[in-house]
Design a protein around this ligand. Structure first.
Ligand SMILES: CC(C)(COP(=O)(O)OP(=O)(O)OC[C@H]1O[C@@H](n2cnc3c(N)ncnc32)[C@H](O)[C@@H]1OP(=O)(O)O)[C@@H](O)C(=O)NCCC(=O)NCCS
Length: 149
């Protein structure tokens, strides 16, 4: 199975919105996907089919995951782990040291994946989500700086 990751382009937005609508109970509206998001964000292709995406906001040595999904038809096959790991590596290579995200308290699959990648719970945001209402867990991980050789 050939997997490819490349930076998001505006032409990817229709396929991304289609997955977004099926992956989330509260999907982003299509107007939310603007070219501004293309910086530091990646799409995952399997055999030329777009099956996942991850969007980050970055500032200095920090990155926040603002949206991340795998096409529901392809979930549970390690593609999420692959996309998260690879995209974090790209950012670490660019100097990012701190990663943060918000996740629904009930989203056990995503939380398990983030724990796997070293994220820890930093706190909670009461009623952060609206449809349906739910608290957010704030998670983060600090990447150790490698010693200069
Ligand atoms: C969260 C999401 C991106 C994970 O992608 P995925 O391809 O389904 O996950 P993977 O197959 O790579 O699984 C990675 C890890 O997640 C956890 N996981 C995945 N499916 C799971 C399940 N059904 N039950 C428990 N843990 C699960 C496991 O820890 C797994 O690691 P393992 O295979 O070594 O046990 C994907 O499920 C998704 O798009 N969900 C809907 C949108 C969403 O919730 N996005 C995150 C918002 S914060």
């Amino acid at each position: 199975m050939k997997l490819d990751i490349r930076p998001v382009q505006e032409s990817d937005f229709p396929a991304i919105c289609e997955i977004e609508g099926r992956a989330f109970v509260d999907p982003w509206p299509k107007e939310a996907f603007t070219d501004f998001l293309c910086r530091n964000s990646w799409v995952l292709f399997m055999e030329q089919k777009l099956i996942g995406y991850i969007f980050y906001h970055t500032a200095a040595d920090e990155a926040v995951i603002i949206n991340f999904a795998i096409d529901p038809s392809y979930q549970g096959e390690d593609y999420g782990k692959y996309l998260l790991h690879k995209s974090m590596q790209f950012l670490i290579n660019c100097g990012v040291q701190y990663f943060y995200l918000d996740v629904r308290k009930s989203n056990f699959k995503a939380i398990a994946l983030y724990h796997l990648m070293g994220f820890q719970t930093l706190g909670y945001r009461k009623n952060y989500y609206h449809t349906p209402p739910e608290d957010a867990i704030v998670m983060g991980v600090q990447i150790p700086i490698k010693d200069e050789e």
